[in-house]
Design a protein around this ligand. Sequence first.
Ligand SMILES: [Zn+2]
Length: 123
Amino acid sequence: MYQKKHQAICRKILTNKRKTFDAGKQRATDSDIPYAATKKTLQIYTGQIRPQDEKSKYKKPNWRERHQSLIKSIREARSVTQAIKSGGPLPKFRPTEIPSDYVECPYCNRNFNQHAAQRHTPL
Ligand SMILES: [Zn+2]
């Protein structure tokens, strides 16, 4: 019950944040300053920063870790199928592993990557 309510709140925040995010672009478009001339874009143009640099503020996704956990879950799924086929004991259920760079929302206990978590949970 509460969780559902919270998810609605979170969604609201998410929508608001998106609007705020677009406001910067909107402002630049409305003014006589071309959007391309805004500081960050200029820095990208001049090669001072790369577009990806913005993302590097967040912890880089550990693709190796994710790859490993993907392989693991495939193996586990396979062993369950095997156990069902052979009538043997089912392997112990293990919840899906969440990558270490994921953040759990303290309110609704859903997990988000760093970027999504920032948008989802007001810090
Ligand atoms: Zn939440």
